[in-house]
Design a protein around this ligand. Structure first.
Ligand code: 5GP
Length: 114
């Protein structure tokens, strides 16, 4: 896959408001938030889309990301009510082709999202 701007954020070549980082994951605030809390949680490994998960390594990474979600939600004060969104593919609204989980909260969240 070709590199995206998220790779530059991982390498700290472009700035981001980072709220969590470890060896395999990075979480930072979305530049165009749709809610008071809008974070992007990404694997450092370049995986383009959720649809591209295929290896045991990918499964392990996704498990790690999911385990981080409640920890980060707690840290951000939204553990009681948050939404996790993954847009997979352009038709679903994906614009950056480096897999990312949107963690959204801090306001009432309606359903269905549309
Ligand atoms: P997608 O539409 O691919 O699911 O989500 C991509 C997200 O990345 C969008 O919500 C967009 O606002 C965010 N984004 C795009 N460019 C940047 C950037 O340079 N910095 C940050 N922090 N977020 C970005």
């Amino acid at each position: 896959m070709s590199e995206t701007l998220f790779s530059k954020i991982i390498r700290k070549e472009i700035p981001a408001d980072i709220v969590y980082e470890d060896d395999s994951a990075l979480c930072f605030r979305d530049i165009h938030p749709v809610a008071p809390i809008h974070l992007l949680l990404i694997p450092k490994l370049e995986i383009a889309r959720l649809a591209d998960l295929k290896s045991d390594e990918h499964t392990e990474i996704m498990g790690h990301l999911m385990s981080l979600v409640p920890k980060i939600a707690q840290q951000e004060g939204i553990l009681d009510a948050f939404r996790l969104v993954v847009n997979s593919g352009a038709g679903a609204g994906q614009t950056v082709f480096h897999l990312h989980l949107h963690i959204i909260g801090g306001r009432a969240l309606n359903w269905p999202p549309g």
